[in-house]
Write a protein that binds this ligand. Sequence first.
Ligand code: SAT
Ligand code: MN
Length: 597
Amino acid sequence: MSALTFHADLQRWVEEVAHHCNPKEVYWCDGSAKQFKELADELVASGTLLRLNASKRPNSYWAHSDARDVARVESKTYICCENEEDAGPTNNWRAPLEMKATLTDLYKESMTGRRMYVIPFSMGPLGSEFSIIGVELTDSAYVVLNMMYMTEVGNSVLEKLGEDGRFVKCLHSVGAPLGSETESDVPWPCNPDNTYVAHFPETKEIWSFGSGYGGNALLGKKCLALRIASSMAKDEGWLAEHMLILKLTSPAGEVHYIAGAFPSSCGKTNLAMLVPAIEGWKAETIGDDIAWMRFGKDGRIYAVNPEKGFFGVAPGTSYKSNPVAMDTIRSSAIFTNTALTEDLDVWWEGIDNGTSAFTDWQGNRWDPSSGKPAAHPNSRFTVSASQSPKIAPEWQDPKGVPISAILFGGRRSSLVPLVTEAFNFSHGVFMGATMASETTAAAEGQVGQLRRDPFAMLPFCGYHMADYFAHWLELGAKGDESKLPKLFLVNWFRRNEAGKFMWPGYGENARVLKWILDRVQHRVEAKETPLGLIPYTNDLDVSGLNMSDHELDQLFEMDIEDLLNEVDSIESHFASLGSKLPEALRKELDLMRSKLV
Ligand code: SAT
Ligand code: MN
């Protein structure tokens, strides 16, 4: 198929890559439903996709990955800038030329026997000053289909790009050339021994090799919209954040937008699709994973969701925990690494719908007594956001929505109270900079280990983490504090001595949001503690929750000994970030310590 663009640089790059990677043909993605169907049919025929039972899950597909390619690979993710110091201690670094040499060797003829797809895509509504265009070249049709759900793809983007528009070059290969015309393919080609997810922030390029899974392969998401965008945002004075965006309407009709940073698999999608458990409140989704934020003309911070779809964690999703997600994925969705029922619908742990798994995520007959989960803990659904019954009408507003409050949260089984408000913006930056969470299956590695994950950006910040903190502080200093969002630390995951969650979570989190908006609107006072401001007992609406005063107190309990240990742990976290750590944050830590002793 010939190019549908007059963009010389794009054409030249496509030709160069095709010449080097040696695909059997080049396929330009126009974004049409016809192409989607064509590719899906091919993937069904070749065994990569399975068509789900159309009477249960119309127009939906199931894929299972190679068992070695199931999550983001942080150990193989690189920031490749000229100076190692600019990547900082939290990123893997390689010199750009060195990484390009390694990868150029790997890409050589890596697409042999496959098609190379050209995916022009836009992160953010086309034409918005927020938006960034990318073009992904990939040899995976599965990636094309997922990108079509997650981003704006096709001719509209090429038109916008015109003859000389700027775009981020995103190169992806699963790294599994087919030796001969007759060699049969595997359902999930990948190359786990040679996987690299490399970012070149200075030249705004992404080179990914060897993995076909999620954020390793759908390069618009974590690679472009967070790692590359965060580095652009620092240079240009805005923010690219790992945050959901939620619209809340109070019983009185007051509308507020809240953003929230939580690490992967800590309930961002659930919170973004909240069904408030308190009377009269309404919640709608703007985005569930990424927020790009900048000052509006009125001095407030505005956010857009640069994505068009959800790539959500399946396990634990049910009509009880997240009915909106369940309704969103009733049709036209792609499921990856979930289990299957006997009649070819999807299944996962916690789906809670009376069915059971028949085959596990690898497609083998599932043995419940094996003790192994049927669905992979990081199994996912991919679906268009527009299918959500609770998507806010303004979710693609090119101006974005004004943010009243920002939440920082993670999984903390102890120590961190249900909700704490920052004393001021820079104390809020301290909260974000020091947040920690118990690790999940969203990334390779052990689950349940406590790690500092500043602003939930540890795996996604495209430059030095201490410079990132400084950027937040500078942005705050530029704003008028009365117009800046108020900042809060939340923790839905605290457990009691018996190991049980102390807070019911899910829809009940609306109670915490209600208090947060009361604070935003100066309707209630708050109690000062060494950690920040917490609710006076009567101000947190727990009516109907059946919670004793003691249980409520426990959610806010602060043990001085534990907090002093936390101060020490933050101290070493800061030390690990080196000499660039902003003085203001060190001062916040000193202040916290002085309040404790
Ligand atoms: O990075 S992914 O898109 O695979 C999912 C995540 O970790 O949030
Ligand atoms: Mn995420």
